[in-house]
Design a protein around this ligand. Structure first.
Ligand SMILES: [Zn+2]
Ligand SMILES: [Zn+2]
Length: 266
């Protein structure tokens, strides 16, 4: 089993050393993990603190790769927070380092931070959800260097709206367009179990979206906890695997040098 979305203390919002993450992963029987630390160019009110010192990073990564080489395969990943005006800097960074795996995510829209509440402020649920999905559509239509799209229905975490699921049929055109674009361009999505610890009661995306992705021909999918501390590594994976089986998936993927390797779900 794999955990392909882990933040070490190279991410501003995590205190977990790479070593602590590896120990926990081995403890619970994982064979493959990816460190996917944050790079978000021009994050509002954050200066450049979401940037990583990749010289130090690669030294640390090499160290854990050597230390745990018999037990754990460790991918060199990154989670990119994309915005329309930072494509070039992002591409430069992605071309500069030998990443195994790239998660593309949306964290900031119209220069408004989703996480601190700025994006949803003053918007109805419908306005927030639609603007978010349009932004995701623009990302997958205009940016090609990534492996999987991160936490596809992340907007459900924000805004404090009472109804935080997409109702049947709601936003169908946008969701279909996003998923088709991801599939046609040879990319995938992830199932991200952090939805549990953020009170959504399910991973992201929901089973309905997973089914839609599968029906449209989607095959490429990774599983990740988005852990920022050891106790969440591998969290909720049994549930996520059941969801994948239920949606008809028979494989999950890990990545080496940006190439997917499909592993059967038992
Ligand atoms: Zn994220
Ligand atoms: Zn993350």
């Amino acid at each position: 089993m794999h955990d392909y979305h882990i933040h070490s203390n190279f991410s501003t919002d995590s205190q977990m050393s790479m070593e602590a993450a590896c120990e926990k992963a081995i403890d619970i029987g994982l064979t493959d993990i990816a460190f996917t630390d944050h790079v978000d160019f021009d994050y509002p009110n954050f200066d450049d603190s979401f940037m990583i010192d990749y010289h130090e990073y690669r030294i640390a990564l090499q160290k854990v790769r050597e230390k745990y080489q018999d037990k754990l395969t460790i991918a060199f990943g990154v989670e990119i927070g994309l915005q329309p005006h930072v494509h070039q800097e992002t591409l430069n960074l992605l071309n500069e380092h030998p990443f195994d795996f790239i998660i593309l995510s949306t964290h900031v829209i119209d220069h408004l931070d989703m996480h601190v509440g700025d994006f949803c402020a003053g918007k109805t649920r419908e306005q927030s959800y639609e603007r978010y999905l349009k932004e995701v559509y623009d990302s997958v239509s205009s940016f090609d260097k990534y492996s999987v799209y991160g936490h596809l229905d992340l907007i459900r975490r924000y805004g404090g709206y009472t109804d935080n699921f997409f109702r049947p049929g709601e936003f169908d055109d946008l969701l279909n367009s996003i998923l088709k674009k991801i599939i046609e361009s040879g990319h995938g999505i992830e199932i991200n179990t952090s939805g549990f610890r953020y009170g959504l009661g399910t991973p992201m995306p929901t089973l309905d979206i997973l089914k839609k992705y599968k029906e449209l021909g989607g095959e490429l999918i990774t599983i990740g906890s988005d852990a920022h501390s050891p106790e969440y590594i591998g969290h909720g994976f049994d549930y996520a695997l059941d969801m994948l089986r239920c949606a008809g998936f028979r494989y999950i993927a890990n990545f080496k040098q940006l190439n997917p390797i499909y592993v059967p779900i038992d």
